[in-house]
Design a protein around this ligand. Structure first.
Ligand SMILES: Nc1nc2c(ncn2[C@@H]2O[C@H](COP(=O)(O)OP(=O)(O)OP(=O)(O)O)[C@@H](O)[C@H]2O)c(=O)[nH]1
Ligand SMILES: [Mg+2]
Length: 218
C-alpha cells in the first residue's frame, strides 16, 4: 500500500513537470531560442565548456545562461564575467533542476532578445535525467577522472542524451582511464554522438563549437 502511493506521487510529479516543460518549450520556440540542457557529474567540466562556447559564439549569437546548482552564485558569477546574462538558480536541497525552476528563470529574461540559452544542471548523473526542462538538446559531460566504468553505471542519462562530451582527456593516462571505452559505452547506451575534449588544453573545442553551431542553425 505504502509503495503504491509512493509510485503515484512520483508519477504525478513527472506528469506536472512534463506539462510545464512543454509550456517552456513553446515559449522558447515562439521566441526562436535554442536551449541546451548541460548535465554531468560534479566537476566534470560543464561550466568550463559553456564558458568556451560563450567566448567563441557570443559575437554571432545573443547568449544567456541559467546556472543551476545547490548554491548557484559561484558558477553564475563565472558566466557573467564573460559579458552575458546569467540567472542563478539555487535548488537548496534538490539534486536536479525541474521545469518549474526554469519557468521562474524565464520570468527574469527577455526571451525575444536571446538566441541561445545554456542551462547548467546540478552536478550528478542520476536525478537530472528524469526531468524534461523544455530544452531542445540534452548534453552530458563526463570526465575521465570519474573512472572509465562510470557510463555503464548510469546508462539512462546517456541513452537520453543527444551528445556526450568525454572531457579531461589530457589526464587520461594519469587516472588510468580509457576515454575510448567511455565513448564506446556512451554510444552503446544509445547516445548518437560523442566528442572527446580537453576543456583545459583545447582538444575537441572546435568540434564542440561546431556541434553547437549546427544545432542552433538546425
Ligand atoms: N585537467 C583538466 N581539468 C579540467 C578540464 N575541464 C575542467 N577542468 C577542471 O575541473 C574543475 C571543474 O570544472 P568545472 O567546469 O567547474 O566543472 P563543473 O562540471 O561545472 O562543476 P560543478 O558545477 O561543480 O558540478 C576545474 O578545476 C576545471 O579547471 C579538462 O579538460 N582537463
Ligand atoms: Mg559548474
Amino acid at each position: 500500500m505504502h509503495k503504491v502511493s509512493d509510485v503515484k506521487v512520483e508519477q504525478d510529479i513527472l506528469k506536472i513537470n512534463k506539462r510545464i516543460a512543454s509550456d517552456n518549450r513553446a515559449l522558447f520556440d515562439e521566441n526562436g531560442v535554442t536551449v541546451f540542457n548541460v548535465m554531468g557529474a560534479i566537476g566534470s567540466g560543464k561550466t568550463c565548456l559553456i564558458e568556451k562556447a560563450i567566448d567563441m559564439l557570443k559575437d554571432e549569437y545573443s547568449i544567456a545562461v541559467m546556472a543551476g546548482d545547490v548554491v548557484a552564485k559561484y558558477d553564475s558569477d563565472r558566466f557573467t564575467a564573460h559579458g552575458i546574462i546569467s540567472i542563478p538558480i539555487s535548488t537548496g536541497k534538490e539534486c536536479h533542476l525541474d521545469a518549474h525552476f526554469i519557468e521562474h528563470g524565464i520570468e527574469e529574461l527577455d526571451l525575444s532578445s536571446i538566441d541561445v540559452l545554456f542551462i547548467e544542471n546540478v552536478g550528478n548523473l542520476i536525478c537530472p535525467s528524469d526531468f524534461d526542462l523544455g530544452e531542445h538538446f540534452k548534453i552530458v559531460i563526463v570526465s575521465v577522472s570519474e573512472g572509465d566504468d562510470i557510463v555503464m553505471k548510469h546508462p539512462v542519462i546517456f541513452k537520453n542524451a543527444d551528445l556526450t562530451v568525454v572531457n579531461k582527456i589530457d589526464i587520461s593516462e594519469y587516472v588510468g582511464a580509457s576515454s575510448e571505452k567511455m565513448a564506446e559505452d556512451s554510444m552503446r547506451c544509445g547516445c548518437p554522438r560523442v566528442i572527446m575534449a580537453s576543456c583545459k588544453k583545447g582538444a575537441g573545442i572546435d568540434e564542440w563549437i561546431q556541434y553547437l553551431r549546427d544545432s542552433i542553425e538546425g
